[in-house]
Design a protein around this ligand. Structure first.
Ligand code: ZN
Ligand code: ZN
Length: 355
């Protein structure tokens, strides 16, 4: 079943006869095509994508089989409301988390004669389990990301800056077919590796120190996500011990992934190892998140997550230990939940690389 129909079945059960979306993620998921400044209207009869002349030709070629594309010439909101009115809609929902206040006010005016109500996360629960086509896109995105890691390992050298590392990774992903970045690349060296989400700068890479790279590609809009921590030069015994602890925690989290297991069980698998090693307070974030059209999606693998995994869901396994002012290590793979367990989509080496 096409996604517009899946959404309609859900909203009809809640007493709505239509749904309207303005954001790119919902548009992409509902129609197979994403544009800025467009609108999607889902009704019992059809899924309608309204776009302007910049995108209309590409949209007609790119949308899913059940989607009708219409050209708007004045305002997507006003014209979407006109289609809704012509379709006789009475109670229309939107996802308040994906609208700005200004868009919401304009929607209220445009849909004046109809009841307009917030249905938080309207598409989100339907997007949790990925279709085979979505999984193929995520696999392709991760393959591109792995290729970028292989490349960076061959070109890393003394005197390189963090920004040069980030630029190489991004260039390589584009060259390998990425249609964008999944998020801003993290490449942090030496003491900055203790910042889980540090921003790469003009600093030259520190020798005989950790370099953490967290990066991902987009392929047909779908994200990948991986982290590798390597050493430029040689690691001392303390660094090797820390890296080994994170790796054991990460592998334990992966091994825990299978249908029926909760997010908090996967989180505990990693966290227990880090806590037993004495680094519990130095692992502040959760073990993993799902990915899809967005880089951070549900379900999560956190200490509080009651989410129970089912086949077709993705979860990252990315524990880390961060020693303030000193250094940090994080290792991240992207894991697919399968019928029998898991499939690690990340192919890159996880042994401690001294480059
Ligand atoms: Zn990441
Ligand atoms: Zn991640």
């Amino acid at each position: 079943m096409e996604n517009g129909r899946k959404l309609y079945e859900k909203i009809a059960e809640k007493g709505f006869d239509g749904a309207v979306f303005l954001d790119e993620v919902s548009q992409r998921w509902l129609t197979g095509f994403a544009i800025t400044d467009g609108a999607v209207l889902v009704t019992a009869k059809e899924t309608l994508l309204l776009t302007d002349s910049r995108y209309v030709e590409a949209a007609r070629k790119g949308v899913a089989a059940d989607v009708r594309v219409a050209l708007f010439t004045r305002s997507p909101l006003v014209e979407t409301a006109e289609y809704a009115s012509k379709a006789g809609l009475k109670r229309v929902c939107f996802d308040g988390g994906r609208l700005t206040v200004s868009q919401w006010k304009k929607l209220e005016t445009a849909f004046g004669g109809m009841a307009l109500e917030d249905l938080p996360g309207a598409c989100d629960d339907l997007r949790r389990v990925k279709s085979p086509a979505e999984i193929a896109n995520i696999r392709a995105a991760q393959k591109i990301t792995d290729a970028a890691f292989t490349h960076i390992c061959s070109v890393l050298h003394k005197g390189m800056t963090e920004l040069e590392v980030a630029a190489e990774l991004e260039y390589c992903m584009r060259r390998a077919g990425a249609d964008g970045l999944a998020f801003e690349t993290i490449a942090v060296s030496g003491p900055k590796s203790s910042l889980p989400h540090g921003v790469p700068g003009n600093a030259v890479l520190t020798e005989n120190a950790f370099l953490t790279m967290d990066f991902g590609a987009r392929y047909n809009g779908y994200c990948s996500d991986m982290t590798r921590t390597v050493v430029l030069g040689r690691a001392d015994d303390e660094m090797k011990e820390l890296y080994g602890t994170v790796l054991r925690a990460q592998e334990a989290a992966i091994a825990a992934v299978r249908p029926g297991v909760s997010g908090k069980t996967v989180d505990a698998a990693a966290r227990d190892i880090i806590t037993e090693a004495g680094y519990g307070p130095c692992f502040g974030h959760s073990t993993g998140h799902s990915v899809g059209l967005e880089i951070h999606e549900e379900p999560r693998a956190s200490a509080r997550s009651e989410d129970v995994f089912v086949p077709g869901q993705l979860i990252t396994a990315e524990p880390g230990i961060y020693l303030e002012g000193k250094y940090g290590v994080r290792i991240e793979d992207l894991i697919l939940v399968t019928e029998t367990g898991f499939d690690d989509l990340t192919a890159s080496d996880k042994s401690l690389l001294e480059l």
